[in-house]
Design a protein around this ligand. Sequence first.
Ligand code: CP
Length: 309
Amino acid sequence: LIHLLTTEGLPRRILTQILDKAAEFVSGGELVNQKFADLAGTSVFNLFFENSTRTRTTFEIAAKRLSADVSSLNIQASSTAKGETLLDTIHNIEAMGANLFVVRHSDSGASHLIAKHVKPGVAVVNAGDGRHAHPTQAMLDMFTIRHFKGDFTNLRIAIVGDVLHSRVARSQIHALSTLGCPDIRVIAPKTLLPTGIEQLGVHVYHDMESGLKDVDVVAMLRLQNERMAGAYLPSTQEFYKVYGLTPEKLAFAKPDAIVLHPGPMNRGVEIDSAVADGDQAVILPQVTFGIAVRMAVLSIVAANQRSLL
Ligand code: CP
């Protein structure tokens, strides 16, 4: 693993290596309050061409915890606005001594493009590209599921909502499938599902009662209005009525089911506040574990890049 661009095709051995490494940074459900030297002397650049609260901040914290030198570009105030191309920006930052790029971009494939053009020894970590992939989100979700539920091989998991526009759902499905989850469900209206989703090995449901029946994990998704240009846009009230996760709908799942959400949440649209703030929600632990998982990813890709030089 010299770049982390997607969970698709990543072997179980590597997914497990990331989860196990992340576990070294967590104790009793909290991040260990300690600094590590894994990235001492490494220059990490966060390039977020799309908005972010959790991913950008937790990558920054993760890199600092590993003793990296961290720079986060303010893209809105950068020369991108003057017409500089993505690759010119990358090459200029490489000239400043970058060793590792963390990239979020609205174009699917942006991280792959950068990974093809960086110098040997420079790593790229995808922090979300268009509708395509959000591998560290999926890995922190896997970490959270493993933390609360143990093994994946007996779990029923339902991914609910706007699967069509979701890079998170795609990355979750690939990771869950590789980790041996036997029953991965997606619950959504037909208009918010990609055609051929069944080919990924998921079971498709269009109603919450049958889709949530006896599941161990409910992974909610936001309606991603920013990626819906020209597409079917359900009214938020209509969506909430049928697919919004209320305590009544959550009762279809197992009594000890956990509820995940990648954030940002739209309360009263895909999730009711009584669930978001309830006992079964593990949404804030996801954020904490995100730091540990991103520490693991940064540490592993940087070490692998160093070993190639
Ligand atoms: N889950 C997630 O990617 O959140 P941000 O957009 O705030 O980074």
